[in-house]
Design a protein around this ligand. Structure first.
Ligand SMILES: [Zn+2]
Length: 445
């Protein structure tokens, strides 16, 4: 048994413990409380630090880490177009795997221990297994032409069947019908049926942009033009993107809804019927989509987690930074201070994300019996002095700071601020792929 001690322990589900300890045996938490009542064991003193549950990134695209900074200065349709064409032209399996490895490394050093990742390849699934982190690898499915729905489901089923035997207690599979502008109603329906039958969780990008809204509610805009240009007929598909998901049976599969920026009160009611939400405030702001009504979603009882989205639209993967923006953006939107207090923002980055991914029985808070996924942030930095209250400090001062200690299921992944066990050549190889992306871009004009 190891006792981790820190200046503050934040269990999330209960109030902060000054000078508290967390007892870990094997992969599980055996004790959370003051040192006086702790069972005997070797003490690991994390010192002047805040110890809390491993952070949960409810939405990432680990395979796109190589695209950091590659999609600047584009409108949303242009952003997506360059992403797909360059990915197809340049990223093979090995390059995608290195890209995902770099993403997991960046996440770990930021204190992330659980990922809700959506990908068109199996690279993030393999990278998460390799680094011993926790996560759901949602396999994306695409097909805006209803005639292609059966083939798309057959392809998805093949990919799932190939990966299913490799699943562990930590890394599981899910499916993700990508978004309304890439998925027909027939394919939404078929994917929801498939997910329910296979018992797999489902995630979908929804209500992100105005152009998506225009496609769904008016059969117009740049996405509609693009689809018509490919010979695909476009009709009005619903009162709103969320309503489209209700009509096609996706909401009945209790999905993780990624974004939910363009939602109204009727949509809120539909979402509260069993869906969960991944809120990506930095990506939504950077791409010009707006600010999701997170306060209203939380008040409606929806489980909300925080996601970074891909670094191609962020450009960092740092959950504390994301929690900081989630908090202040709601205050800016509603013109009121403290709409999402630091304590609640931190809850979104931990237990909220775990609930959104349906893994809160395992992780998300420091409780006896849960998995020993722990993260610590040191307070020996100028920006952390003076220390008044640990939650405010983490969310509003320590954002962007690397974690000093991380363990997943009791296994140490970051010690003294240094990532353990990784191939030091990964960053160089990813830079090599990024250079190829640049060359590809130069050839396009
Ligand atoms: Zn995304």
């Amino acid at each position: 048994l190891i006792l981790y001690r820190a200046r503050w322990v934040l269990p999330i589900s209960t109030p902060p413990l000054p000078g508290g300890v967390v007892g870990v045996e094997g992969d599980s938490i055996m004790y959370v409380g003051p040192p006086e009542g702790a069972p005997s064991g070797a003490t690991h003193d994390l010192g002047d630090a805040v110890l809390l549950p491993g952070l949960v990134n409810a939405h990432s695209h680990l395979e796109l880490t190589v695209m950091r900074g590659f999609l600047e200065g584009l409108d949303f349709a242009g952003w997506i177009d360059r992403l797909w064409r360059s990915k197809k032209a340049v990223l093979d399996g090995g390059r995608m795997l290195d890209s995902a490895r770099l993403g997991v490394m960046e996440g770990l050093i930021a204190g992330v221990t659980t990922f809700g990742d959506t990908a068109s390849s199996a690279a993030p699934f393999h990278a998460m297994l390799e680094f011993g982190v926790r996560g759901i690898a949602f396999q994306e499915v695409f097909g805006p032409d209803p005639a292609d729905a059966d083939a798309a489901i057959a392809d998805l089923g093949g990919r799932i069947d190939a990966l299913a035997p490799l699943q562990t207690g930590e890394v599981r599979l899910g499916v993700s019908p990508h978004a309304p502008y890439t998925v027909s109603d027939a394919l939404f329906r078929a994917t929801a049926r498939y997910a329910t039958r296979a018992g797999l969780p489902i995630a979908v990008h929804i209500a992100e942009s105005h152009v998506e809204q225009a496609l769904v509610t008016a059969a117009g805009g740049v996405f509609a033009e693009g689809l018509r240009g490919r010979g695909i007929s476009v009709e009005i598909r619903g009162r709103s993107p969320v309503e489209l998901l209700a009509r096609t049976g996706v909401l009945a599969a209790r999905p993780l809804l990624i974004h939910c920026v363009q939602v109204d009160v009727d949509d809120l009611r539909l979402i509260a019927g069993g869906s969960t939400v991944a809120h990506c405030p930095v990506s939504n702001a950077k791409l010009g989509h707006g600010i999701a009504p997170i306060r209203e979603l939380l008040d409606a009882g929806v489980a909300v987690g925080i996601g970074t989205d891909s670094v191609a639209s962020n450009d960092r993967m740092h959950l504390l930074e994301e929690a900081h923006v989630a908090s202040i953006a709601q205050s800016a939107r509603l013109r009121q201070a403290d709409v999402i207090p630091a304590r609640e923002a931190l809850q979104l980055a931990t237990l909220g994300g775990a609930r959104a991914l349906h893994v809160d029985h395992l992780v998300g808070s420091l409780e006896v019996g849960k998995q020993a996924d722990l993260t610590a942030f040191a307070l020996d930095q100028l920006h952390a002095v003076p220390a008044q209250e640990p939650e405010n400090l983490l969310v509003h001062s320590c954002r962007g700071q690397p974690a000093s200690f991380v363990c997943v299921g009791g296994q140490v992944r970051v010690r003294d601020g240094r990532l353990q066990h990784f191939d030091p050549d990964v960053p160089r190889r990813v830079q090599g792929t990024a250079d190829l992306l640049r060359q590809w871009l130069a050839q396009q004009s």
